[in-house]
Design a protein around this ligand. Sequence first.
Ligand code: SAH
Ligand code: SF4
Length: 354
Amino acid sequence: MIKIATNEKKELFGIPPDELGHFFESIGEKRFRAKQICKWIYSHDVFDPMAMTDLPMALRDWLSENAKFTLPEVVELAKSEDGAVKFLLKLSDGELVETVYIPNPEQKRHTVCLSSQIGCKFGCRFCATGRMGFRRNLSSTEIVGQLYIARNYIRDTGNQLTNVVFMGMGEPLDNLDEVLRAIKVMLSDVGFGLGHRRVLISTIGIPDGIEKIIESGLKPKLAISLNAPDDQLRAELMPATKKYPISSWLPLVPKYAEYSRRWVTFEYVMFDGINDSLIHANELVKLIKGLPAKVNLIPYNEVDGVDLKPPDRRMVLRFQSYLLANGIVATIRYSKGKDISGACGQLAAKSVMK
Ligand code: SAH
Ligand code: SF4
């Protein structure tokens, strides 16, 4: 029988099932209790241990006394004209975080964009999150909590969650342990049951972090925010380039592609008159030609107080055509949710300021 009583209640939400299994073993219970409990919470939305009818009564009693399942609270829900939905979530310490649901019914894709941190240390000039500074890391409980809330919303609209992208607030590779723990819950068949290819991490390119994903054995898709074809221009837009120049992570691109058996994506946010000329396109071709990677062009979404503009659509198409003509796979991402400040780079949990 279980001997321990904890002073602080043990968090059971958003914890990898294998970790939970070890925990139950450590308190003298069966390892498979973890799987049973995960099924109750993620598949049946049951959080009251007394209702977990396949658990022994003594364990149900113990859980009621000693365990907790912490979910964020939805404080605001904003719906865009284009279908995107932004959730403003309040965490247990009162901090606020944003999560965005991006429906794409034509392609039967229902994507949730998750935050990994509150704020961000890297201060990219064009990013609302970067401009708010860094507040703290999110725990796997808080990351999975975002997904759980969005997943249920999607389900209530008669659809099914298909993809998760770490493109919300924060730099996932700067909080990698918690991000990987959260991904384990997403991939588990007693968690969210997503495939490796359904989860994507977007990063500014932190070499140690990329190596660490490889060591973990998990295989999320990888996107690297390139945004400029050379270090000098990139550093003007993304100061972290001084610490992590392109050459520090570029060799990891073929390595990661081979490891994950998927091409890497280079995100390239386009700014009018800054990085959108054919000279830039040509430099970009030279930089990445031959790599197992494609380019995703993202017209800049405007952020208050930033003196940058998106290019005309014509310029974006011209840039794309140049890449395609030179053998680079290139797509354009027109962001959804601009009218609710839910598009790429616009998340800043504004109510913090209110
Ligand atoms: N920190 C990670 C993930 C979050 S940002 C990263 O930087 O990759 C996700 C994507 O949004 C990145 O590709 C980033 O370059 C892009 N982005 C940031 N601000 C943007 C803006 N104002 N308009 C368009 N894209 C933006
Ligand atoms: Fe941080 Fe990414 Fe925004 Fe840069 S673009 S400030 S790395 S969240």
